[in-house]
Design a protein around this ligand. Sequence first.
Ligand code: G3P
Length: 227
Amino acid sequence: MKLRYPILIINFKTYIEATGKRALELAKAAEKVAKETGASIAVAPQHIDLRLVAENVEIPVLAQSADPEPPGAHTGHILLEAIKEAGAVGVIINHSEKRIRIDQAREIIERCRNLDLTVVACAAVPVEAGAIAVLGPEAVAIEPPELIGTGRAVSREKPEVVTNGVNMVRKVAPEVKVLCGAGVESGEDVKRALELGAEGVLVASAIVKAKNWEEKIRDMALPLVKR
Ligand code: G3P
């Protein structure tokens, strides 16, 4: 199962509300909305919950990070082959809460190509989006770190970051999709992101912490299909 665009990617981070059994409940809510609306929704639970989620939902599952090391003597590292075997279709890399070096990003992207895993590479600013896009991930996600978790959406607060990122990536690697995230909390924020040229949105706190997951996910997913 590959990613379809425009897409809503729900990053569970290490929120306790989306850990273990609750990771599966949240993924099930996302799956329900995806089926009901036809919107493309993917989920990124913690590594430990990847298999549980991937085996029980029919929407794409992504890992939140990975290490470039190949199989072998690398204690404590997150192996791409293990991510794939757990049932994930891809991996988010270089999130601002889990930064990696550019050489590590290159290595992971190359290894993912051979393993047929999709890469969503994060970038904090447009110039970084351009730099990482040339390495050939499927998508680049621009997330200004200062807006993450604030409820102040990048598409409202810093629309120029989205448009500059889109333009930068189009110039250097036109086949790479551009997503955005940080502070996104409503369907209106998602709609604006799409209007700015993004082909999807990454969101965490607004959904994970919502009282009614399904309702919140539906609000954010509808702009993906009503265009
Ligand atoms: O990966 C998505 C994330 O960093 C955005 O977080 O809580 O601002 O939606 P949040």
